[in-house]
Design a protein around this ligand. Structure first.
Ligand SMILES: Cc1cc2nc3c(=O)[nH]c(=O)nc-3n(C[C@H](O)[C@H](O)[C@H](O)COP(=O)(O)OP(=O)(O)OC[C@H]3O[C@@H](n4cnc5c(N)ncnc54)[C@H](O)[C@@H]3O)c2cc1C
Length: 494
């Protein structure tokens, strides 16, 4: 049996951060990855790479990437102070986020980003997706002006390179199946390597192998009936193995086990994500649209907030509709503002030169009800309020249900376009209860389990009901680093 000081299960962002932090304490470290080299890296590889971390000035951003002085001065870099990050996280989670975990996440977010840069991660300003020219000046919005160079794929590649350089052993096609536990402490992992059973010994095991979003049976069991029908946006390897292994030895489940991050997603997207085309099915421009279901009715406030604060919960709303689909409808005025994925290939789209023509074409939608909904919506738009897509413009509707709070424009300029969407699940919120200072996993009576740590999507208690965009990767950085340091320190102390 091969033995290491620290064994990390998974090879996504959280696992890599855990492995790197543990290695830097002097521990010998190995990672077990269920996927092949080509498919490795988990959901982290699929991530667009936006990062939500607390910063108080452009000087903080300059600790992460080179921003020339004139650009630093002449740009509105938006803001995301510690207080603003708290406000956003608490508001979108309906004040259920764990106070200790959220404090660790928020207050260690910037230092963890700087640490990740030191580990080889490369960050750049997110000019393309999160900024606009307003009154002649570039202005960022949405509270995340920084993105990972090359997206999540680039992040995983860079951190993997560093891990290999630092002597972390990585075993691919090695699916962990159970913890080796003597009733008191965790001593290693049982796994299946290319179909053969193997065992690895360890003084500490860090589970960083994702949630259960790719397991239709668990989705139905914990998220509810209908969730087996959602498309999976990312990796097919996150089937709840780590959670099962931990629960089997008495680890404490924690957080919003019926909660999940799920978005409006190309209606006919494949069953799982495809790394090389991971952005194609995004349909995040819905705040500029009206969304219509099979009955021809609207069902959410599309403009309640920037998509960053609503997209993660609106997938569930689409899933609830008849047939699990909806259409996002735009006209020629809003079309130039749509994100680039809307003009890509493999897009379910219908066009009409009149609303009547579009209504007849819309597959599976009651045409009369659709036209009635559009007429009522058009009449309800407060057109006197100026439209501004770079701010919450308050250009809403009056007298219709549900209202549209911002960015309401009458659909009156042909051609009209409708994009078919379904629900794409990103990750699940339920996880394990951990010590926020060490990453150590607690048992059901809140006693720490010697030798067991967790990070990333496996940490329960941070996200409830909803999620502020860009927090997943940063959570992986923060809690991966905490677990790596915690496991490394415990190994050294023995
Ligand atoms: C399409 C998409 C876009 C996203 N965009 C963003 C974004 O822009 N910003 C952001 O912050 N977040 C984003 N996210 C969310 C973010 O990707 C995740 O929150 C984050 O990557 C989770 O990291 P993780 O390391 O916990 O899990 P993962 O990266 O999923 O890693 C889990 C690892 O465990 C492995 N594994 C699973 N089971 C086993 C087993 N039994 N044995 C061994 N290995 C196993 C998997 O193969 C994988 O390597 C996005 C997600 C998706 C799907």
């Amino acid at each position: 049996m091969q033995t290491f000081d620290v064994l990390v299960v998974g090879k996504g962002n959280a696992a890599l951060c855990a492995a790197l932090a543990a290695r830097d304490t002097g521990a010998s470290v190995a990672m077990l990855e269920a996927a092949s080299v080509e498919e490795s890296g988990g959901n982290s590889r699929f991530a667009g790479g936006v990062m939500r971390f607390a910063y108080s000035s452009v000087e903080d951003l300059q600790k992460l990437t080179d921003i020339p002085e004139d650009e630093a001065k002449n740009t509105d870099w938006d803001s995301n102070t510690i207080e603003e990050f708290y406000d956003d996280l608490y508001r979108v989670t309906s004040y259920r986020t764990d106070p200790h975990l959220s404090e660790a996440l928020i207050t260690q977010s910037l230092e963890s980003m700087i640490w990740a840069r030191g580990q080889g991660a490369r960050f750049v300003p997110n000019y393309g997706a999160q900024s606009a020219i307003v009154n002649g000046k570039r202005k960022f919005f949405g509270r995340f002006p920084i993105v990972v160079n090359g997206g999540g794929d680039g992040l995983v590649a860079d951190l993997t390179k560093t891990a290999e350089k630092k002597g972390v052993s990585i075993f691919y096609e090695t699916r962990a199946t159970a913890l080796i536990y003597d009733g008191e402490r965790v001593m290693g992992v049982k796994a299946k390597q290319k179909g053969k059973p193997v065992e690895f010994g360890a003084r500490a095991v860090i589970l960083a192998c994702g949630g259960f979003e790719a397991n239709p049976e668990w989705r139905t069991r914990y998220l509810g009936p209908g969730w087996e029908l959602a498309k999976v946006r990312g990796s097919r390897y996150n089937v709840g193995d780590g959670l099962k292994m931990a629960l089997d030895i008495g680890a404490c489940p924690y957080g919003n086990w019926s909660g999940r991050h799920a978005v409006s997603w190309e209606r006919h997207a494949p069953e799982f994500g495809e790394v090389e085309k991971s952005h194609d099915p995004y349909r995040h421009s819905y705040p500029l649209s009206i969304m219509i279901n099979a009955e021809g009715k609207r069902f959410v406030d599309e403009g309640a907030d920037f998509y960053n604060y609503t997209y993660a919960k609106y997938g569930a709303e689409v899933l609830k509709q008849t047939g699990q689909y909806a259409y996002q409808v735009f006209d020629a005025r809003t079309k130039p503002l749509l994100k680039k994925e809307y003009s890509g290939r493999n897009v379910t789209k219908f066009t009409g030169n009149t609303l009547e023509e579009l209504a007849e074409k819309l597959e599976g939608v009651d045409p009369k009800a659709f036209l009635k909904t559009v007429r009522e919506y058009n009449a309800a738009v407060q057109t006197k309020v100026p439209f501004n897509h770079a701010a919450r413009d308050g250009r809403g509707t009056v007298g219709i249900e549900p209202p549209k709070t911002n960015w309401a424009n009458p659909l009156d300029t042909p051609p009209f376009e409708a994009y078919g969407v379904t629900c794409g699940i990103t990750f699940t919120f339920g996880g394990l209860r951990i010590n926020h200072e060490t990453g150590q996993v607690f048992d059901v009576h809140f006693h720490p389990i010697p030798g067991l740590y967790a990070a990333g999507e496996m940490v329960g208690g941070i996200f409830y009901f909803n999620y502020p965009a860009g927090t997943g990767l940063v959570s992986g950085l923060v809690f991966g680093r905490i677990a790596g340091n915690g496991a490394g320190a415990a190994v050294k102390a023995k």
